[in-house]
Design a protein around this ligand. Structure first.
Ligand code: MG
Ligand code: MG
Length: 272
C-alpha cells in the first residue's frame, strides 16, 4: 500500500532528508586516505544526534551501525570497520536519519584522493542515472518508467544494473511501497500519485550485474570484484513533478564543486 504524504508531512520529511544531506557534507570533509569507516561512522552518529534526530539504520533489521559503508567492489550494506581507506578507493556511504517520525535516507559514493579515470566515469554515470530516473518520477508515469530510464542509461555505458536491491517508498517506515527497481519496462508497475515520497537509488557495477552476499549477513559485493557505485536521493511528487527533498549541495560545498544538477528538481530555492 502506498502511503501518500500531506504537504506538512513532506516538509517534515525534507527536514529529515536535509539532516542526512548535512551529515554527508561533514563526512565529505573527513574522507581521506588513512581514515577508517568506523571513525566516519562515529562522526555521522554524533552529527545526526546533534540535530535532534536518531540514526535511521542503527538497529534497523539489527544493522549494527549508523552508516552503511561500502568501499570499492562492495555494492551496499557494508559494515564500518577499523580498516583505513586508501588513496584511489571509492566509498559508498548510505545514511539514514529519523526525526519527527519520518525517515531521511540518501547516499553518495566518494573518491578517496585521486581515483583512476575508469572508476571516475562509473561514479559520474551512476550519478547521472539517478537524475535520469528522478526525471521520470512524475504524474501519470509508473514505477517501470523510472527503472527503464536508469537501466537504459547505465547499460548503454556497458555497466551492470544490480537486480536484487532496489529503491523504495519512504516515510514513517524506512522501506515503504512501492519498490523502485533500477530496471524495468516503460509503462509498467504502480502509477505515481501526488504526495508519494520515494528513495531512488541506482546501484551500478562496472562489470557484471551479479552480486554475492557475505557471511556477515550484510555486505553485498560484485561477483567479479569490480567496483560498484551507489547514489540515492529522496524525492516527493508535488504538483505532478519530482521535488528533491535531499541535496548533495553540502558535499559539493565541502569539496569545492560547482553544480546545478539539482535545480530542475527544486520548486523552491534551497537555503543551505
Ligand atoms: Mg539509503
Ligand atoms: Mg534507500
Amino acid at each position: 500500500m502506498i502511503v501518500v504524504k500531506t504537504k506538512e508531512e513532506i516538509e517534515l520529511m525534507r527536514e529529515s532528508a536535509l539532516i542526512v544531506s548535512k551529515t554527508l557534507g561533514v563526512l565529505a570533509k573527513a574522507i581521506q586516505p588513512g581514515v577508517t569507516t568506523l571513525e566516519l561512522d562515529k562522526i555521522a552518529e554524533e552529527h545526526i544526534r546533534d540535530h535532534g534526530a536518531v540514526p535511521g539504520f542503527l538497529g534497523l533489521y539489527d544493522f549494527p551501525n549508523t552508516l552503511c559503508m561500502s568501499p570499492n567492489s562492495q555494492v551496499v550494506h557494508g559494515i564500518p570497520n577499523n580498516e583505513p581507506l586508501k588513496e584511489g578507493d571509492i566509498i559508498s556511504i548510505d545514511c539514514g536519519a529519523l526525526k519527527n517520525g519520518f525517515y531521511g535516507d540518501h547516499a553518495y559514493t566518494f573518491a578517496v584522493g585521486e581515483i583512476d579515470a575508469e572508476t571516475e566515469k562509473l561514479l559520474q554515470v551512476t550519478k547521472e542515472s539517478l537524475y535520469v530516473g528522478i526525471r521520470e518520477f512524475k504524474k501519470n508515469n509508473r514505477v517501470g518508467d523510472v527503472g527503464f530510464a536508469i537501466q537504459k542509461y547505465c547499460e548503454d555505458h556497458g555497466y551492470g544494473v544490480v537486480r536484487e536491491l532496489v529503491g523504495h517508498g519512504l516515510g514513517k517506515e524506512m522501506h515503504e511501497d512501492p519498490e523502485m527497481p533500477n530496471y524495468g519496462k516503460r509503462g509498467k508497475g504502480k502509477k505515481f500519485i501526488e504526495g508519494m515520497v520515494v528513495a531512488i537509488e541506482p546501484m551500478i557495477n562496472m562489470g557484471t550485474q551479479r552480486i554475492k552476499q557475505h557471511r556477515d549477513g550484510w555486505t553485498i559485493t560484485t561477483l567479479d570484484n569490480k567496483p560498484s557505485a551507489h547514489f540515492e536521493h529522496d524525492v516527493a511528487l508535488v504538483d505532478g513533478k519530482p521535488e528533491l527533498l535531499s541535496t548533495f549541495a553540502y558535499i559539493y560545498e565541502a569539496l569545492g564543486i560547482e553544480s546545478n544538477e539539482e535545480e530542475e528538481f527544486r520548486q523552491k530555492a534551497l537555503v543551505l
